[in-house]
Design a binder for this molecule. Structure first.
Ligand SMILES: [Zn+2]
Length: 56
């Protein structure tokens, strides 16, 4: 678990987030590394491809 840089909170899964993870405290998009082990959400393949294309 990596705490979010904005609120030092844990992340949570969100299908509305580009990364698939938002800060649990303020709901801003955060890196998926903040999701920890409780992010069992389904991300459409198309969204994953978008993340890969824009990730680096
Ligand atoms: Zn936050």
């Amino acid at each position: 678990m990596v705490l979010t840089p904005c609120c030092h909170a844990s992340g949570k899964g969100s299908i509305d987030s580009l990364s698939g993870i938002v800060c649990r405290a303020c709901y801003v998009d955060v890196h998926h590394k903040h999701g920890g082990g409780d992010t069992e959400i389904a991300i459409p393949v198309a969204d994953l491809e978008i993340i890969i294309e824009t990730g680096s």
